[in-house]
Design a protein around this ligand. Sequence first.
Ligand code: NIG
Ligand code: FE
Length: 412
Amino acid sequence: MKADLIIYNIGELVSFRNGPLARVSEDNAVIVRDAGIAVRGGVIVAVGRSGEIRSRFEGETLDAQGLLATPGLVDPHTHLVFAGSREDEFNLKLQGVSYSEILARGGGIYRTVKATLEAGFNDLLSRAAKAASLMLSHGTTTVEVKSGYALSLEGELKMLKVVKALGEASKITVIPTLLAHVPPREYRESSLEYARHFAEIMVPAVSREKLAVYVDVFCDRGAFNVEESRIIIEAGLKHGLRARMHADQLAYIGCSKLAAELPIDSLDHLEKMPEENARILAEKGVTAVLTPTSIMAMMELKKPPIEALRKAGVTIAVASDYNPNNMTPLQQTAMDIAPYILNLTPLEALAAATVNAAKSLNMHHKLGSISEGYRADIVLWELENYKWIGYMWGYNKALAVLKDGIIVHEKI
Ligand code: NIG
Ligand code: FE
């Protein structure tokens, strides 16, 4: 049979079939030694032993040189489009000034809003494209990108048009999200009014122009409360968007409970979530998207209730949460430090950065697995086997990255 590409001599192939996975173990992983993959039309057409794949298929070949192969990484939470930087706030946080205090003083997100509004379209796009190419070369083949640094209809539309242009210019798959980040400063005493404006004007406009797949809201102290968040999420759902939500990151004001009432694909952060709410996520099939590098960037090392999430059987994903408060665009790093920060095993961390992240984006039928019929997004790692994930870290271990069956980064 004809194939466009045959990858052979894979030392160990690790993937997950029939995801998402709540309780990740070797029993529900697919681990094939001396493996091969056949690709046609950007899609995986066969996975098996190296010799078998080579004898069944004809076409161009790639020698994986005994390396570890995994699905391409899926990064389900980023604020990739922004201008400016906040390195002085990095210092403030080191001196004990909290993220919330910086935000309340008009810094943080508000500073980035100012810089982003001042930046031109092409400037935003070229910065985003640079980060996206770093992502690709480190194994991220799909990325969710949020708006949220403009806080006006016109500005958010501009941001989402940059996101769209990024998706067209880059090989990375981009999933766009309309984010209600914070109320503008002038609405501080009337945030409900802004939430209504967001729901009644901004959501329908974005939906009409098909500029977002998801709606998201930063539900937290200092951003939007539960009532305001409900209004925003309901408007998104009504206008054909799917929903995800920042919840319980800075304080617990009841945000994660909203998932009991509304169909929300993912709750993100959850550092302050009470343990008993894990049950809601498990029952409703909501993915917990945890953000280990962002936990570090907060400099408080407050961790989500990981044991309660595990026990309840919640699907756990990780994300880079790249933003000007957390200046790493790499899902590889989030995956690698997940064992240290979140106590995930290497196999859990891999599932969290691939199949479970795809599930949080409702893409797990096409992405996040090395299985027949899936897009051929594959990473070859400079690692002996999956047990080295997280164990060896701090530099780029992606030796080859394939996106839709095409090599987009290669060091071998
Ligand atoms: O996911 N928490 C809200 N949003 C971002 C931070 C954005 C910013 O500080 O610019 C986050 O951590
Ligand atoms: Fe965020």
